[in-house]
Design a protein around this ligand. Sequence first.
Ligand code: ATP
Length: 487
Amino acid sequence: MVMVDTRIIQHPKVWEASGHIAGFNDPMVDDRETKQRFRADHLRGLYVGSPPANPVPKATVVASTEGEAVEQISTDKKLQKLMGVRSIAKQFAPEGADGAWLGGVDFGQGVVTCTVQAVSMETLKSHAAQMPSPFTGKAGALTEPKQFNLMFHTYAGAVFDEANKAYLRPETAQGIFCQAKNVWDTNRVRVPFGIAQTGTSFRNEVTPRNFTFRSREFEQMEIEFFVVPAEHLEGDEKTTNDPMAWYKFFRDWRMEWWQSIGLRSENLILREHAQDELAHYSTATSDIEYRFPFTSPGFGELEGIAYRGNYDLTQHQKHSGAKLEYRDTARGEVLPNGSRRGVAYLPHVIEPSAGLDRGVLAILCEAYTVDPARPSPEFMKFHPRIAPIKAAVFPLVDKEGMPEIASKLHAELRKRFGHLGMIETDAKQSIGKRYARMDEAGCPFCFTIDGETLKDQTVTVRDRDTGKQNRMPIGEVADFIDKALRG
Ligand code: ATP
C-alpha cells in the first residue's frame, strides 16, 4: 500500500472527469413562504394508517432518518401543534416494520395508527400542490425538487470569473486516481497494489447535523486498490486474483477492522447492495453501517466498499488526454527467450471509502456506558487500541518513595507506548477519584504503586470495565499493556 497526500484544490477538469460537476447533486425543495430549503430525500411524512392509504402525508418533518423524525415528532410540542397532533399515546417499531414506526396518534378525532416514512420523490413531484410544508403545515408551499450541487467553489487567481472557478475536493479519491500513474511509474509496485489517503473533504451539505455525522468539512480515509482486469488473468489466478475475490477480501477485511477497534456489537452491520442500488459502473458495492442512537432503529453509513471497474481511470484518461494505462510485463505472449511481451491495460479498482469523523462518533457511541452503581456512573469503554489514554500510573500517596517509582514506570511506559496514546500520571486526590476520572476518559488500566510495591516490586492493576484489582510484578506492566493493545 502506498500512502499519498494530494491537494484539496485540484484542476477543475478533475471534477468534470469524475462526474462531480454534473452529478454530485442533492435534490432540494424550497418552501416558497418561509424561504427555507431542505433536502428532498430528508422529507418524512406522518401518514395515517399502516400501510398508509393516501400518498400525501398528514404532516411532514425534515429529518435525515425515520428515527430522527419519530424523535422530533414525539418530543417537540411546537411541531406537534403545527402537525395538529394532540397527543401520542405510544411509539413502537412493530415486527417487520422496516424503518417505519407506528404510534397511537390523536389528531382530535380519536386515536389512529400512523406511520412515519420518507416522502418519495415521485410523490413530491406529483402531489406538490397538496404536500404540507414541514415549516408551516400549509399545503402547496413547496417547490418540486431541484438539483443542488454539493461542491464548495472558489476562484483560483486574481480574476473571479467562471474560467477561474475551482473546487474544494468533495472526496479524496480523485486525487489518488490522478496520481496513480505517477505512483506506479516511480515506485516498485506491481498491480495488484493499493494507494491510500486520509484527508479533509468538503461538501456543502444542506443539513449538517447529528454531531460530526454530517459535517461540511470532514475527514475521509480512502483506498484505491488496483487489480488486474479478469480478461488478463491466467490459470489459478482466475480465482485467486479475480477482481471479485479482491472485492470480497476488502469488504470482509474492512468489516473486521471496524470490529477490531471496538465496534463489536450488533449495531455494526455489513449490507450488500442489491443490483438495482448499484451505480452504473459498479458490479458490487457494500456498506458498513452503524446504528447510531440518532439513526436507530435505522443505520448510518460508515464506509462503502465498491468494485468500480476501470470507470474512474477511463474518465480521467478521456478528459486529460494523457495515457493512464499500466504496462504489465508479467503477462502477454511468451517470447522465445521465455520472457513475456507484456500487456497494457487500465487496472480495475476496489475502493473502500470511509468517514473518519463518523467512525470516531460511532466509537464514542459504542463506548459510552452508564452504570449508576459506579463512582463514575458514566464511563467510556474504549478498546485499548483506540483509547486516547492507554494507561495511568498512580502513587497511592504522594510520599514514602511511591511518587519516584510511579514516575519511573510512567517514563518507561511513555517511551514504549507514547506514540500510540497518552500515559497519565497523577498524585493528587483520593485514589477512588483518580480511578473515576480515568474511567470517564476511557483509560483501560490504572497501575497503582503502594506500600506493597516498596516491599516486593508489585503493583495493582485496576481494570476499567470490571473495577477489579489484581497484583502483578512491576516489570510485567509494559508487556501486559502490549498484549491488551493487540487483543
Ligand atoms: P451519505 O449518504 O451519508 O451522504 P455518501 O454515500 O455520500 O454518504 P461517500 O461519498 O461514499 O458518502 O463518502 C464516504 C464516507 O465519507 C461515508 O461513508 C461517510 O462515512 C463519510 N461522509 C460522507 N459525507 C460526510 C459528511 N458530510 N460528514 C461526515 N462524513 C461524511
